[in-house]
Design a protein around this ligand. Structure first.
Ligand code: SAH
Ligand code: TRP
Length: 328
């Protein structure tokens, strides 16, 4: 019997009521600190994921097109070098750039399975459905979950795997958690598996700041969307119009910091938590950092996690880097 397209896709979700608790705990923890803060994963509900895809198309946001260019140039070499039959992708999103890697594996005749891991279930399901249609014979095993907590749920490896973590998402971890995350990732990797990591590079602060302050205001809408998430999921009453998007390059720490600033004094009630939160005029809430890398920082972070950097691919303007590392 011909396998139907559906049978080529399997999606398992590890998010459940426990994760509503995660949001609640993160909010309780983050909004009661002297410097208010929220973890970035809550930015990516269905609307947030759509807005992120729109960010990737912005003229100021050079990351996506630059990373795609690097992948196009190097994909065949990456596939030859890793011998991967399986692509595991963390924070896969719409899996658009992923196609460059899948194409190269396809041409090499090694492509067997794609394993996307993402917290955004709608986005993951849509990507999985499109890919099985476009790559006959490909099986997709989707993991809807948190890559900080659910890496233990990856399917048993078929053979050599390439782990891809693209888009500079690694930069959204603060330095300590970044190394902890890489170490955990290394522990789930088999000795013959490789990690393909996309990192944004340190550069002219004006170029960096423009990428997070686009003139069309899409990044602002994306950032502000997290307040809609809190209003909807936790019965909060943030007046979204009385917050503004702030993004700047912290030159000492070499990261972009994204914040939401209350334009005036504001009292917010988070019903589900029976929590009252006050914002002073111009008080800020940190929603994300996006660390920028030098080759040295990258090599050291990988080394601290037990990974050895074997290739560093970049574009002619050295805006972005894609690195390959392994345990050997
Ligand atoms: N890889 C894509 C998308 C990057 S955006 C690209 O390069 O363009 C970051 C992606 O990671 C989003 O799809 C978001 O839903 C997902 N994500 C963010 N935090 C996550 C977490 N803790 N666990 C799993 N996925 C997460
Ligand atoms: N991983 C992306 C980055 O650091 C995410 C991102 C882009 C983002 N623009 C944003 C997150 C604006 C919050 C707000 O580049």
């Amino acid at each position: 019997m011909e396998p139907s397209l559906e049978s080529a896709v399997e999606v398992r979700s590890y998010l459940g009521p426990a994760d509503e608790r995660t949001l609640a705990e993160d909010v309780l923890d983050g909004l009661t600190r002297p410097l208010k803060e929220l973890p970035p994963k809550h930015l990516y509900d269905a609307r947030g994921s759509e807005l992120f895809d729109a960010i990737c198309e912005l003229p100021e946001y050079y990351q996506t097109r630059t990373e795609r260019l690097i992948l196009r140039t190097e994909a065949d070499a990456i596939v030859a070098r890793t011998g991967a039959v399986e692509l595991v992708e963390l924070g896969s999103g719409s899996a658009d750039k992923t196609r460059v890697l899948l194409d190269a594996m396809n041409h090499a005749g090694t492509l067997r399975r794609y394993v996307p891991v993402d917290v955004s279930e709608t986005t993951l399901r849509a990507a999985a459905a499109t890919l099985v249609g476009d790559y006959p014979g490909l099986s997709v095993h989707g993991v809807v979950g948190d890559f900080e907590r659910h890496l233990g749920h990856l399917p048993e490896p078929l053979h050599r795997r390439l782990f891809a973590f693209l888009g500079g998402t690694i930069g959204n971890f603060p330095p300590g958690s970044r190394r902890r995350f890489l170490r955990r990732l290394r522990k789930v990797m088999s000795p013959d598996d490789h990690l393909l990591l996309g990192t944004d590079l340190v550069k002219d602060p004006q170029v960096l700041e423009a990428a997070y302050n686009d003139s069309a205001g899409v990044t602002a809408r994306f950032n502000l969307n997290v307040l809609h998430v809190l209003n909807r999921e936790l019965g909060a009453n943030f007046d979204v119009d009385r917050f503004e998007h702030v993004a700047f390059f912290d030159r000492k720490r070499e990261w972009i910091e994204m914040r939401l600033r209350a334009t005036e004094q504001q009292h917010v009630r988070v019903q589900a938590l029976e929590l009252d939160v006050d914002f002073a005029p111009r008080e800020e809430l940190r929603t994300e950092i996006s660390a920028k890398f030098t080759p040295e920082r990258l090599r050291e972070d990988l080394r601290a996690a037990g990974l050895r950097l074997t290739e560093l691919y970049t574009d002619p303007d050295e805006l972005f880097a894609v690195s390959l590392s392994g345990q050997g």
